[in-house]
Design a protein around this ligand. Structure first.
Ligand SMILES: CC(C)(COP(=O)(O)OP(=O)(O)OC[C@H]1O[C@@H](n2cnc3c(N)ncnc32)[C@H](O)[C@@H]1OP(=O)(O)O)[C@@H](O)C(=O)NCCC(=O)NCCS
Length: 173
């Protein structure tokens, strides 16, 4: 990890940076390792998403390039998590947990009250991540990703980092 800061518990927390179109090669590398051929975002998709209204893309840089990235869009009280991905060697170390917390705090800071996302019903790692962050299921989109591949629509309240309510509600749903 290129940058890190100590958090309140004294453990080393990675420092997430804002990403932009200059990070496209790294973002496409994360796509290749994170998603199947039919689900990957192309360079054009990433360019369009980075330039879209209310977008914020945060990531973590390492010695060999991008380690993680996540992008949200915020429109009034609703934020949407559009993508989150961690490079395989860095998985299981709570990098996504920290990145998602940063994105949720940033969304709240921009006026959002809730975050929404779609996730494949069979994506166990992502479901564990989102459940731990307080997301609950509000709808199912049947066959959204293809025959038999349903999407779950999840929602969580978002609060600025350090707010009393947010601090009190950290932990498992
Ligand atoms: C989903 C993903 C972002 C998680 O990244 P990560 O940095 O490994 O996640 P974390 O280490 O923060 O783990 C979060 C929780 O998920 C659990 N988890 C991680 N990988 C898991 C797996 N393969 N199966 C089940 N649970 C898993 C962790 O144990 C942790 O729970 P815990 O804190 O209770 O132990 C990563 O697996 C990834 O990039 N996948 C491919 C892209 C993708 O599917 N993105 C989401 C849909 S857009």
């Amino acid at each position: 990890m290129s940058a890190a800061a100590r958090n309140r518990t004294g453990t080393v927390a990675p420092a997430f940076e804002r990403l932009d179109a200059d990070d496209l090669p790294g973002l496409l590398g994360l796509e290749r390792h994170g998603f199947g051929p039919g689900e990957r975002w192309s360079a054009d998709s990433w360019r369009a998403e980075l330039a879209g209204p209310g977008r914020l893309c945060l990531g973590l840089r390492g010695g060999d390039g991008l380690v993680a990235a996540g992008i949200i869009g915020v429109l009034f009280e609703d934020a949407e998590l559009l993508r989150i991905v961690v490079a395989p060697p860095a998985r299981g170390r709570r990098v996504a947990t920290g990145l998602l917390a940063g994105l949720m705090a940033a969304a709240a800071g921009r006026g959002a009250e809730r975050m929404l996302l779609d996730v494949r019903r069979d994506n166990g790692a992502a479901l564990a991540l989102y459940g731990r962050a307080g997301f609950i299921r509000i709808a199912v989109r049947e066959n959204y990703y293809g025959p038999g591949a349903d999407a779950l629509v999840l929602e969580a309240a978002v609060r600025p980092r350090g707010s009393a309510a947010g601090a009190a509600e950290g932990g498992r749903p």
